[in-house]
Design a protein around this ligand. Structure first.
Ligand code: ADP
Length: 228
């Protein structure tokens, strides 16, 4: 197994209302390719901040991140966006589909950003995989929460990500829909050999990923394999 993500002594400060707030302190961990990892912890413990830094959505204040062998240190937003589009997929709690685009067009966005041609068949195939072949021309507002999240999953997998980040992907869904969404993420992950890093508050779900990183007050306080 090789390492796909290495995080070393990571720190993040925010300046808020004139005050300097340290929300991550010296976070160090690494993730093996094709593995599944959950990040859990109380609200405000820094989970979303950590996930966003690892995915290149934001810039660290200190420390280093290496994603698929590429260092994110010191990269500006454009360079981070390129790396994100090349190697990562991201699933948000509130789906974050573009409201003026259809389901199909939302899935096409990452492919078109990469300048790829003839990508409609691939996007349609992904929508079929998530069970939404018949909804490809619907707009987000015409879809249920579970359907919107399935479109977001198809979009996240559209550029064949090496690593998929998911931030509370079932947080806004009922229990039955959540289970369907999680199975879909796990199945696609296995099928495509993607690495998964997921923030969740659901301990039962976390236990299903094989490894759980617990955070408290901006630091990791335990990092354990789960024995099922
Ligand atoms: P979690 O995901 O565990 O709930 P977050 O990473 O969202 O935690 O937040 C960690 C801390 O950072 C919280 O105290 C939050 O208020 C603060 N925080 C997050 N984003 C910002 C921001 N953009 N500006 C200022 N403070 C922030």
């Amino acid at each position: 197994m090789s390492t796909i993500l290495s995080v070393y002594n990571l720190g993040k400060n925010y300046v808020s209302a004139g005050r300097n707030l340290t929300v991550l302190h010296d976070v160090t961990f690494s993730v093996e390719e094709r593995s599944m990892v959950s990040i859990v912890g109380p609200s405000g413990s820094g989970k979303t901040t950590l996930l966003g830094l690892c995915a290149g959505l934001d810039r660290a204040s200190k420390g280093s991140i290496e994603l698929n062998g590429v260092s994110l240190n010191g990269l500006n937003e454009d360079a981070r966006a390129r790396i994100r589009n090349q190697y990562t997929g991201f699933i948000f709690q509130n789906f974050q589909l573009l409201p003026t685009l259809t389901a199909l067009e939302n899935v096409l966005v990452p492919l078109e950003l990469r300048g790829l041609k003839n990508v409609r068949p691939k996007a349609l195939d992904l929508l079929d995989k998530v069970g939404l072949a018949d909804r490809s021309h619907h707009y987000p507002v015409q879809l249920s929460g579970g359907e919107q999240q399935r479109v977001a999953i198809a979009r996240a997998f559209s550029n064949d990500p090496r690593i998929l980040f998911a931030d509370e992907p079932t947080g806004n869904l009922d229990t039955t829909t959540s289970e369907r969404i999680i199975r879909l993420i796990f199945d696609l992950n296995r099928e495509m050999g993607t690495t998964l890093i997921m923030v969740t508050h659901d301990m039962e779900l976390a236990a299903r990923t094989g490894r759980v990183i617990r955070m408290r007050g901006g630091s990791i306080y335990s990092d354990e394999p789960m024995v099922s």
